[in-house]
Design a binder for this molecule. Sequence first.
Ligand SMILES: [Fe+2]
Length: 243
Amino acid sequence: MSIIIEPISFYESNYAWLMIDEKSKKAIVVDPGDANPVLKFLQERDLSLQAILITHFHDDHIGGIAALKDKYHCKIYAPLKEVSKIPNVDRTVQDGDVISLDGIDDIRVIETPGHTLGSICYYIPDLKVIFTGDTLFSMGCGRLFEGSPQQMYHSLAKLVNLPEDTLVYCAHEYTADNGRFATSVISENIALKNRVEKVKQLRSQYLPTLPISLLEEKKTNPFLLAKNVDEFTMFRKAKDHFV
Ligand SMILES: [Fe+2]
């Protein structure tokens, strides 16, 4: 399998992730909130878009669907629980579903309520990657707009059980800010220190800090290190007010 994954950055902090089969020149995009940068990338590389995977209904994740579908007639996959809020959906998916596409035939859906009630992640064991939308960020997690701390805690616990060499692709470049918060709430460890330093270097060159391995996250992400729901809730509340 010759799949490469490229970030398409847009708005202030968003990434749409493009999976490209270099042989067939077909691509799949995750969370295209803005069509223009995706269209530009596809045209420059002479790629055709076969599918769009949506993690949740927020505008900065779905805003590009209509224009991309119009041009490429690609299939739109989106969470069943949020289908009424997402345009042009061809197939709804829920926990345990497997999506089969040309070039990648085992894309697993994991429901991870918390940020929104219908949020999902797309896990591809053959590539050892997971697209986590606004559920898991590097050294952080999504705000709880709809779900409870319990729900998010259990959602993150599902992700933690995946193989540690899984690479996490999240939908925002929040890593530097998250690193500052992590440093303020968890006792300093060498992994966190190294990660913060590496992130500083990458961002000084305007480079993405993603993807990051689940192993690295387990060592540095306070929301994954929380001992129980109470501690998780405390971290989440503190992060909401952290400046
Ligand atoms: Fe969101």
